[in-house]
Ligand binder design. Structure first.
Ligand code: IVH
Length: 718
């Protein structure tokens, strides 16, 4: 009420309570609007901090005036108390499943089948009007709104009767506790003949609850740091979360939801079908739009097509693109857009005829672990590798997978003979996730870490604080492949066309025995090799020659000196300018450089003190490699419109795979005044965590360093 209204109403000044009530209502409306913009439209207009401040204000009012609390208040998502079990809930209509197609031919067969069926039954309609949606790998939730307020959430159960998990579903932040009523009212004005409204009946919606990959990783990082059991996969995380008897535990693993179906209640008033009665519900596409308008999250990538092949093409695209979504999908769903037609077609068993799941190859499978082979890395680290019974994972056959390290094997208690779970995501190399304990027979053998290098017999060492065991022999022949692969890799000398196989071929043919030999390769020698023609040989020679100009920083990375990362390589190159000066530096001089600690300094001195390494440098120089600093090529100019000082005074550590090479991200941070270092310390302000991060995250957590993902980093720069 404005001052003027107060005066006119003659009601005297409103009480503190009335003012508080007014403010609480306004705050709730604002918060509802902001979470809609954030979760449904992905277009937030305020920052997280501002959102938190509004929530705090509301909470303070509600603490002072508990009678003002409403069930749809955003402060009321997590309820107190532990329930003893879940009550049974009858679904308004059977919760159907989907029939599966495993490739494009299966999808075409489905389409053909339902067309024929329709013809036989005298049903007509447009079968080429299709909607394609992601098939979210989560759990179905049935939501019921009464008068626009979330009244109940239930699991699928047996399809007819589910379990009441309302308290847990309320913790899903993107799920509105209240629908956007204004939009419904507006919409109904457009349909004067329709008596259907979400407000004159219970309104039930079906959605899929899931854990995003970011939340899954965050949860597991924290669980590992706290010595707790990590989640096996996001799906288990979501299903376990929804089954907690204490909603506070559900809230600890934040879930998301995407809605895709309006369920009907039978018998309906006037025995009518809402799809015929309410034009907004007559097609799948308009249903999705309608749900979005009501404030419910729907998939941002659902699309309509007007012929089957286009729909198949779109679905198939996501086999490659599934990793860009941020949540796991196990396929795409192709649905007839005309829901009236779909309903007429009915279902077979539990599968509606009007839709089909185009399933993608599973990225997780299980097989038997037959043996463990040791591979030696370029640093001498021993990597245990699993020899597996061949199994299909993510569409390719896998018979080898990494076991990371021996500590991991012991922690997960992986044994030879075990049935093990093998995973592969995107271009991540396949790895053994853990044993299937229920499949143990008792004949499995514990895996014992080696004590001596299988390649040179040297006794292996383990550095304090590290999990890996190393072969300390600098000339160990087992290291050669990896050392060369590292040298030619993208972050280092970046020699195109020199993959693992060709490196092995060159070593086997005794054409190379160290990295400098690459620069002495002759086209004629290459042409003698299997599968090498004139063109391929020339391309490789050209690519090798081009790499001579990469400069000192890249060369330092390529040489694989322990503890030198992209950041320290650049610092060293910038500081010393040439390899000759660097080679003469002692530990004290090296440590004068910011970011260079005693371990790195010692490692550099040790490396250059070895006769073999000094000879290698001479050989590289003789081959014409540029051994001076090339810094200009490595620094990125700040982007137009960037705030150069956004990161001033802040120190960052980057771990895991981000969307761009780490070097580029580091340059981007530096262009904004930040500093990037290789290791986490008390001085670190932020750790930027990408996919498959390393042990740095646990350390950051111990030290209380703020953890950011790439999106968080971008946001900070604004
Ligand atoms: S439609 C009549 N659409 O996949 C409607 N289901 O394998 C039938 N699922 O039980 C379901 N994303 O839990 C549909 N966009 C989507 C979906 C989806 C995930 C799940 C759902 C269903 C299962 C079938």
């Amino acid at each position: 009420m404005s001052q003027l209204e107060m005066f006119m109403s003659n009601a005297g000044p409103p009480s503190a309570h009335a003012l508080a009530a007014q403010r609480a209502t306004a705050l709730r409306a604002q918060l509802l609007d902001h979470s809609y913009r954030y979760y449904v439209l992905s277009q937030p207009v305020i920052s997280d901090a501002e959102y938190d401040a509004l929530t705090r204000e509301l909470r303070e009012i509600e603490t002072a005036h508990p009678d003002l609390i409403t069930p749809d208040s955003p402060t009321q998502r997590i309820s107190d108390g532990i329930s003893e079990g879940f009550a049974k809930v009858q679904h308004p209509q059977p919760i159907l499943s989907l029939s599966n197609a495993f490739d494009a031919a299966d999808v075409r067969a489905w389409h053909e089948r339902i067309r024929k069926y329709a013809e036989q039954q005298g049903i007509s309609g447009n079968f080429d009007d299709l909607v394609v949606e992601p098939k979210i790998d989560g759990l179905t939730i049935v939501l019921t709104y009464e008068n626009g307020l979330l009244a109940q959430a239930a699991t699928r159960g047996d399809g007819n009767i589910g379990e009441d998990i309302t308290a847990n579903a309320r913790t899903i932040k993107s799920l509105p506790l209240k629908l956007r009523i204004e939009n419904e009212k507006l919409k109904m004005k457009n349909y004067p003949n329709s008596s259907f409204s979400i407000f004159n009946s219970k309104f039930s919606v079906r959605g899929e609850a899931f854990m995003t990959l970011a939340e899954f990783e965050k949860y597991n990082i924290a669980a590992l740091a706290a010595g707790e059991k990590p989640l096996a996969n996001p799906r288990n995380g979501a299903s376990g979360g929804l089954r907690q008897l204490d909603p506070k535990l559900t809230a600890k693993r934040p879930l998301s939801i995407l809605c895709y179906q309006v369920l009907e209640r039978e018998p309906r008033a006037k025995n009518q079908d809402s799809r015929e009665e309410h034009p907004a519900l007559s097609t799948q596409l308009s249903t999705l739009n309608y749900l979005r308008e009501l404030g419910l999250p729907v998939s941002p990538i659902a699309q309509r097509f007007d012929h089957l092949e286009a729909a198949i093409g779109y679905a198939e695209n996501y086999i490659e693109k599934r990793d860009t979504l941020g949540f796991e999908i196990d396929g795409m769903v192709i649905k007839l857009n005309d829901l009236v037609l779909a309903k007429k077609l009915g279902y077979v068993g539990r599968d509606p005829r009007g839709a089909v799941a185009f399933k993608f190859p599973a990225r997780e499978s299980s097989t038997i672990l037959r043996a463990v082979q040791v591979k030696v890395g370029r640093t001498g680290a021993m990597t245990p590798n699993a020899v597996l019974d061949p199994v299909q994972v993510g569409g390719i056959t896998i018979s080898n997978a990494t076991l990371h390290n021996y500590e991991d094997i012991a922690r997960k208690d992986i044994r030879i003979g075990d049935r093990v779970v093998v995973k592969r995501a995107g271009d991540v190399i396949p790895y053994v996730a853990g044993p299937v304990l229920a499949a143990r027979t008792g004949n499995e053998q514990v895996i014992v870490p080696p004590t001596h290098c299988p390649f040179c017999g040297t006794e292996l060492v383990r550095n304090e604080g590290e999990v890996a065991i190393y072969c300390p022999n600098p000339d160990c022949p087992g290291k050669l492949d990896r050392a060369i692969e590292h040298f030619v890799g993208r972050g280092a000398m970046d020699i195109e066309g020199l993959g693992e196989k060709i490196v092995a071929q060159l070593i086997d043919a005794e054409l190379i025995a160290d990295v400098a030999d690459l620069y002495r390769l002759h086209k004629d020698a290459l042409r003698e090799l299997d599968k090498f023609g004139e063109k391929k040989a020339q391309n490789l020679i050209d690519a090798i020659a081009a790499s001579k100009e990469r400069g000192l920083a890249r060369l330092l990375i390529g040489l694989g000196i322990r503890h030198i990362g992209e950041v320290s390589a650049r610092d060293l190159a910038r500081h010393f300018g040439s390899i000759d000066t660097l080679m003469q530096a002692n530990v004290e001089i090296l440590q004068q450089i910011e970011g260079v600690g005693p371990i790195l300094a010692q490692s550099v001195v040790d490396w250059f003190s070895r006769e073999g390494n000094r000879a290698l440098i001479e050989k590289l120089k003789a081959a014409g490699l540029k051994v001076t600093s090339n810094e200009a090529a490595m620094t990125t100019q700040p982007a137009v419109g960037a705030t150069p000082a956004a990161f001033a005074g802040k120190t960052f550590v980057i771990t895991g795979a981000l969307s761009k090479p780490r070097e580029e991200i580091a340059a981007w941070i530096e262009a904004r005044g930040g500093k990037v270092t290789d290791s986490v310390s008390k001085k670190t302000s932020y750790i930027v965590v990408g996919e498959s991060p390393g042990s740095k995250v646990a350390k950051a957590q111990q030290l209380g360093v703020t953890i950011l993902d790439e999106a968080g980093l971008l946001k900070m720069s604004e």
